[in-house]
Ligand binder design. Sequence first.
Ligand code: F6R
Length: 242
Amino acid sequence: MRIIKAEDYYSMSRMAANIISAQIIMKPKCVLGLATGATPLGIYAQLIEWYKKGDLDFSEVTSINLDEYKGLSGDNTQSYRYFMNSNLFDHININKDRTYVPNGLEQDSEKACREYNEIIIRCGGVDLQLLGLGNNGHIGFNEPGEAFEKETHCVKLTDSTVKANARFFENEDQVPKEAYTMGIKSIMQARKIVIVVNGEEKADIVKEAFLGPVTPKIPASVLQLHNDVTLVGDKKALKYIE
Ligand code: F6R
């Protein structure tokens, strides 16, 4: 695992955005695996800036997002489709028909997940997967205890994740309790992984995930077994990492 320790959130975002832009420049027809959440916002802002300057071209890029709340439509401001449109896709020249997010409105979980797995295969797999890290070690919506061998599936969110996500809703009751997520197996099949972390509150889980044993209790710990992972964090989140 490569580790990049950045001075602060801004510089963490620039470093991770640099890796993503290198991927796009080296392979314009690449498939990016993208994440939502607070951590990647600075990366997306940076990518938009470089696009506007004419330094980046997304016209041939495909994106496949990690997850989506079950039951939310893409128009719902809390859906991950809405997040991706408003924080990235609406500001760059990506072809929206090639931006994939699980279909939150599909009530048949098996169908939604099967179709998403087929999309990943049809696109030839993910070249670069961007990940954030949940406070309990989750990646995507793969909560502690999830089997490592799962592809896209429907999950019941843990209380801790519902609580953490409540900041984006009016109250906790409005947070959907289920989500569709790429599984650990799908994530591990990405050719390259970049995981980003910032802030003091992530320091303990970063230590457990990357210095501790590989265990389904800390889903992100499985990344220790991937052969091309870059951990990019600010110095607060990486305070226990040499
Ligand atoms: C988002 C996702 C989640 C987040 C994680 C960290 O698509 O899959 O795993 O990456 O919850 O979220 P933030 O960045 O808000 O701390």
